[in-house]
Design a protein around this ligand. Structure first.
Ligand code: AMP
Ligand code: MG
Length: 344
């Protein structure tokens, strides 16, 4: 299949430029499109073959549910059974934006979307290109990240091309994604749980709900299947990743010791302040230690450049687990397949 590559300037574009993309979606084709989190691989919710193609193209396990994307609040009533008043507060505060909410689903929503769960995940993206595309289509669009399953998520049009060229009819390239990590996924049970941390942080949700929110990424505390991202190495570059956490100087010392014991092609992901602390290895810049949102925006691009450099081994300095740092640490934990060293 020939993939049409559509370049769009997100600050200045005409709706008509997106019409071919909307036509492809409406007729059951797949389109990769930019959002403020990562690039998504979209299919309209009511086209079963298109939904199944998402799983086929990505090599995605069928037990991993998809998130539905909407542009207008009125679309919610066609998808979900009820809206908890606590959700309404979060919707008012964070939509459009990188927060996915899990609702009881309407019967008409395909089990392909929900992986057979009684719930459906919904979000309203804020990216102008995503919003305009969703407006033109005017049906909910199911979209996971537009990468091959297991690889780092795509935060640039080129990343989507690396993974999906020749497999889908269209990629819309609107430059780098602002947030760079996937949306926060929130479930309200008897208590609120964050199932996947993102750039809408626990602290931000707590302020709106005025109650404590727990971050549970393994699913052990909530009554639902474990999120598949936990079972496998995920978001991962080809080389093995070691995440080193602990006191700043101890982390640098530990990574330097491991560099001496390791063979060729070591890459270190370090904070801007520490770029000079490592000798004879490639060091990539995570941004300042105090600005984890910069690490979030760069993370997947850095992991993909490790592949391009044919890294043999990757060491990453750990982040503080507060604010957006929690989300970056979560992705690194999965990229490392749980290979985390704590030093002090
Ligand atoms: P992605 O495919 O990368 O956009 O990620 C979608 C993620 O959303 C899944 O891996 C799940 O963690 C989460 N998700 C989607 N729907 C549900 C649901 N009904 N219940 C729990 N988690 C969900
Ligand atoms: Mg994904």
């Amino acid at each position: 299949m020939k993939t049409y590559y559509l370049k769009i300037n997100p600050e200045q574009f005409e709706s008509s430029q997106l019409m071919p993309a909307a036509d492809i979606l409406v007729s059951g084709g797949l389109v990769a499109f930019p959002t403020e989190t990562v690039y998504g691989l979209g299919a309209v919710v009511d086209h079963e073959t298109a939904l199944q193609n998402i799983f086929q193209v990505k090599g995605r396990p069928g037990d991993n549910p998809l998130i539905l994307h909407i542009w207008h609040h009125r679309q919610l009533s066609g998808i979900v059974e009820t809206v908890d008043p606590r959700y309404q507060k979060l919707i008012d505060a964070f939509w459009p934006g990188p927060l996915t909410l899990i609702f009881p689903k309407k019967a008409n929503i395909s089990p392909t979307v929900t992986a057979g769960l009684p719930t459906v995940a919904v979000r309203m993206p804020s990216h102008p290109v995503a919003r305009e595309l969703l407006r033109l289509v005017d049906r909910p669009v199911a979209a996971p990240s537009a990468n091959l399953s297991g690889r780092p998520s795509p935060t640039r049009g080129e990343h989507v091309r690396e993974d999906l060229d020749g497999k889908i009819p269209m990629i819309i390239d609107a430059g780098p994604c602002q947030a760079g990590i996937e949306s926060t996924v929130l479930l309200l049970a008897e208590k609120p749980y964050i199932l996947r941390p993102g750039s809408v942080t626990r602290e931000m949700v707590e302020e709106i709900l005025q109650e404590p929110v727990e971050v549970v990424t393994s699913g052990e505390k909530v009554d639902r299947p474990q999120a598949p991202g936990m079972k496998y190495r995920h978001y991962a570059p080809e080389a093995p990743v070691t995440l080193v956490e602990g006191e700043e100087l101890a982390v640098i010392a530990a990574i330097n010791r491991m560099i001496e014991e390791t063979g060729e092609n070591v890459v270190v992901l370090a904070f801007s302040e520490h770029l000079d602390c490592y000798r004879n290895v490639t060091v990539l810049d995570l941004g300042p230690r105090e600005s984890p949102w910069i690490a979030a925006a760069r993370l997947y691009d850095l992991l993909r450049s490790c592949d391009q450099m044919k890294a043999g081994r990757i060491y990453v300095e750990g982040l503080e687990k507060t604010g957006v740092g929690t989300a970056v640490e979560n992705r690194l934990f999965k990229a490392a397949g749980g290979n985390v060293i704590h030093v002090s």
